[in-house]
Ligand binder design. Structure first.
Ligand code: HAM
Length: 536
């Protein structure tokens, strides 16, 4: 089909903007209506010009849409690659940033509700902190390099080693005495970098809400952390019908391995900790299957017979079955039982579920471990954590046996879940208090002066950079911004030492927007003036 339309026609059609997909927000409705009107006018005009009954308005629209799309594709192929961010990274445009801030506010408020204090550290860390020789994926995924001082550094793949470093910097390594009041309850929302295969909920950079308790060696710390995570879930409208938290203890697995002669602290030929290595291997069970796990366990000296027994233990449906499998009610089992009992008092037992197969893929965990999952089973882990009582000792030496427990909660998977459930709140406009517009360039100074006065009173002000004669354009801008009030700086009022302010939310008895003329030196009384006008 040869097209009767020129590049000018296509450019004109494209200038109306793309067709809106889905239900428009009230903010978008105005723009959608405007687009529709422009499109209709152009179609009618072109149908008249073509004067050909085969070119109906519908056909004209279809053809113009096609030509615009073709143009976009051509334009895309000409776009330099560097305009897209590196693979697996995200840009946050203002609408996405609003949602991200909402999520972070909920992380922060939940942490504060449980008495946690915020900390932070640089994204660049020493590679050494992550070299744990246990075959963890995270070590191969580092964004590491040698800096200009010849130092081996990396973008942090996780926050826990940084937290350990920060605590050890306040610890006497000779005596193990921590110069901070324990327990520490700290939280952070760092950006972490992992060179992973990107997929739904997994990126190469992500933000991770970290909550850690340092200095408590019993399950009350685990419970506070689990309760804080559940508090957050409830706060954002994610009930226990949508997510659950699988809980286990590596100490239980330790008991299983001990049955087979592998004791805590045993090293393999490379000097690596066998127990930690075994956990990292077992964590891969879902991905690589039983036979591959058995083979890998064999490489670190675990016999096929022991592997079979370990894999069987991981299938235990509940704590009782696992106790039976181990043959005794060990301290680790008692701790898990206590955790589930107390979870009822906390009112979070609906979220928790015992799962003997959860061991986690990081080498440093020593006790209770957990992972949050979506109950439909479609997404990757939402959050993961556990007890790591020996990490500080690893970095700081024998005296630094300081018990720690915590979790990391990524921002990606939870957003996927919220999106799927339609639970992301809608944020409209900029939420600015005032939009101020000058009628003409000579009044821009007066508009700037009024804006300064309004800001000094504590209001937020969006001063329109380009003066506009048409009040309608300024109102449209104020409407899109979701502003409360509009100030139009016009010559007639300014000559009288006044400024006209319209309240865009309050209406008078005739359903007209409240409008007042405020003396320029009484800007601070605007609230009162408008309230009085609304009352009359
Ligand atoms: P992790 O399981 O490696 O644990 O990560 C914790 C959470 O971070 C995951 O459950 C997921 O929500 C998120 N996450 C991890 N990698 C990615 C990725 N590539 N893209 C998006 N999200 C991701 C840790 O990092 C431990 N340091 C957590 C911890 C804190 N344990 C004790 N304290």
């Amino acid at each position: 089909m040869s097209s009767p339309f020129t590049s000018e026609h296509v450019a004109e059609w494209a200038s109306f903007g793309p067709k809106l997909k889905g239900k428009p927000t009230p903010e978008q409705q105005l723009a959608a209506q405007e687009r529709k009107e422009k499109c209709t006018a152009m179609k009618t005009r072109l149908a008249k010009e073509l004067n050909d009954p085969t070119w109906t308005e519908k056909k004209i629209e279809k053809e113009l849409d096609r030509l615009v799309e073709e143009g976009v594709k051509e334009e895309d192929s000409a776009r330099p690659e560097y305009l897209d961010g590196p693979s697996g990274t995200r840009d946050f445009y203002p609408p996405e940033m609003k949602v991200q801030n909402w999520l972070f506010d909920n992380f922060r408020e939940s942490a504060k509700a449980f008495g946690f204090q915020e900390y932070d550290a640089p994204v660049l860390e020493h590679v050494k902190l992550y070299e744990r020789k246990a075959g963890e994926e995270i070590v191969d995924q580092m964004y590491n390099f040698v800096d200009k001082d010849g130092k081996h550094v990396t973008l942090r793949p996780e926050m826990t080693p940084t937290l350990a470093r920060m605590v050890l910097n306040k610890t006497n390594l000779q005596t193990g005495e921590v110069r901070l009041t324990l327990p520490l309850k700290w939280f952070s929302i760092p950006q972490c970098w992992r060179f992973e295969t990107t997929q739904r909920g997994r990126k190469r950079e992500h933000y991770q809400w970290n909550m850690d308790i340092v200095g408590v060696d019993h399950v009350h710390a685990e419970l506070e952390l689990l309760a804080a995570a559940c508090f957050f879930f409830r706060r954002i409208g994610i009930g226990s019908d949508l997510v659950g938290i699988k809980v286990n203890s590596r100490a239980v697995l330790e008991a299983v391995l001990s049955k087979h002669g592998i004791e805590k602290g045993d090293k393999d030929a490379d000097g690596g900790d066998i127990f930690a290595k075994a956990c990292v291997i077992i964590d891969k069970l879902d991905k690589i299957g039983g036979p591959a796990v058995t083979e890998l366990l064999g490489e670190i000296g675990v016999s096929a017979e022991s592997s079979a027994d370990i894999l069987k233990a991981l299938e235990a449906p509940d704590v009782e079955a696992l106790t039976e499998h181990i043959g005794e009610e060990s301290e680790a089992i008692l701790q898990v039982k206590r955790l589930f009992e107390l979870a009822k008092d906390y009112g979070i037992d609906d979220y928790l579920k015992f799962d003997a197969s959860v061991v986690r893929g990081l080498a440093y965990y020593t006790g209770v471990v957990w992972e949050a999952f979506d109950r439909r089973g479609e997404l990757r882990a939402i959050m993961g954590g556990g007890r790591y009582d020996r990490l500080l000792e690893l970095y700081g030496g024998d005296k630094c046996t300081i018990p720690c427990v915590g979790f990391g909660f990524g921002d990606c998977v939870i957003m996927e879940l919220l999106r799927d459930c339609g639970k992301i709140p809608e944020f409209q406009g900029t939420g600015v208090d005032y939009v101020v517009c000058a009628f003409s360039p000579d009044l821009y100074g007066a508009a700037a002066n009024i804006s300064s006065k309004l800001r000094a009173c504590g209001w937020s002000v969006d001063l329109m950079p380009t003066p506009k004669k048409k009040v309608a354009a300024s109102f449209k801008h104020a409407d899109q911004a979701g502003a409360r009030r509009m100030v139009f700086v016009a010559p007639d009022e300014i000559e009288k030492g006044l400024v006209r302010v319209k309240d865009l939310r309050l209406k008078d008895k005739d359903s007209e927007a409240i409008q007042v003329d405020c003396p320029l030196d009484e800007i601070h009384t605007l609230d009162e003036l408008i309230a009085n006008a609304a009352a009359n």
